[in-house]
Design a protein. Structure first.
Length: 206
């Protein structure tokens, strides 16, 4: 093993004694309560298999990376940078020196805009709460409708609060409706697991 520098030895020492952060506790909890093996069994029949090309990344590893992207609102590039930074940190602790790479050539390829929603006519009804006061006068009919809507919204408001406030899902990332829906459904499923973490942790404790 290569000789460690003073900075590397100090980093390793403080890493052993530092107080776990909220991120550390969150990841530890999610690692314990997410049913990784069950999810892998469901995904495995649809996951790419090794062939003549580049072998695919392990299913469970890829699933964990995918969930981390949702939990911390990371795009593909940001997730790759975070993973490389962690790998570099582990290598430095082991006595290896990590240097940055250099891009030899990069080409920007133009892509046409999506035409799936060219007519701009959404097939949806507005069920959001409406303003009840106009010129100092309260519309009691609209107010009653808002209350009925709020009773239903309250059941799922905590889930959306986790997705928007904790995981930063403030706007969509893709052009395709299917891709955005997949991202939203995954984030909502993970939010439900997070909200039920205390009950789930009680089941996994020895």
């Amino acid at each position: 093993m290569k000789q460690q520098t003073l900075a590397m030895a100090a980093d390793q020492t403080f890493e052993n004694y530092r107080k776990p952060t909220r991120r550390d506790e969150f990841l530890k909890t999610m690692d314990a309560i997410v049913p990784w093996s069950v999810l892998c069994e469901v995904i495995e029949p649809h996951y790419p298999r090794a062939g003549n090309g580049r072998p695919p990344i392990g299913l469970e590893r890829m699933l964990r990376i995918h969930f981390i992207q949702h939990w911390f609102n990371l795009a593909d590039l940001a997730c790759e940078e975070a993973l490389f930074a962690q790998v570099g940190k582990e290598l430095q602790v082991c006595g290896f020196k990590v240097n940055t790479g250099t891009i030899v050539n990069a080409t920007i390829i133009g892509a046409p805009s999506s035409t799936k929603n060219a007519d701009k006519s959404p097939n949806a009804r507005d069920f959001t709460n409406q303003r009840t006061r106009y010129a100092g006068v309260v519309d009691e009919a609209v107010r009653a409708k808002n209350r009925s809507k709020s009773r239903i919204r309250a059941r799922v408001e905590h889930v959306f609060g986790v997705v928007k406030r904790l995981w930063g899902f403030g706007k969509v990332r893709y052009r395709s409706l299917q891709k955005n829906a997949t991202r939203a459904f995954t984030a909502l499923a993970l939010a439900n697991i997070y909200l039920g973490r205390q009950r789930l942790m009680a089941q996994v404790r020895p």
